[in-house]
Design a protein around this ligand. Sequence first.
Ligand SMILES: [Cu+2]
Length: 175
Amino acid sequence: MTCLFNKPRKVIYQLISSLLPSIHQICVSCLLLGFLLTSADTALAAQASTDLLKQQVTEITVSLGNSANELKFEPNNLQLTAGKRYLLRLNNPSQLKHYFTAKDFADGIWTQKVEAGKVEIKGAIHELELKPGGEAEWVFVTLKPGKYSLRCPIPGHTEAGMTGEIVVSQLTVDS
Ligand SMILES: [Cu+2]
């Protein structure tokens, strides 16, 4: 029997780095499954066994403000379903800076990535700031059903009506 520790260091490093991608994948799956199981929904947990990340994406586009510089999200009501994968395209056609802020919503999703310009960001995202003419793509899987508020926290914008609602409904399984 060969002992791992007798092998040259280089071989051990190669072994570990070849394992890393699969370890990462397993962790993501466990994370998703754990999240769904703790939400005590067996239908969702069953859904998690199919690979959530390979699901087709549903595209949604939301504008932050408009060319007339009105302070609103268009549309300002998003209807999503838990356990689905989405591509949220955000754009800012106005001459003002805006935020897409929905912290509780962001806590209840799993972000796969955010793409803006030539940069791709992985990991948890809680709010995005879009400068005039800015665009970003947010790919995520919805996990936790609920009604979440959306707003732009720039002084005066929330007050002027730059708010919205994101509804994540329970996944219904046909029997
Ligand atoms: Cu704003």
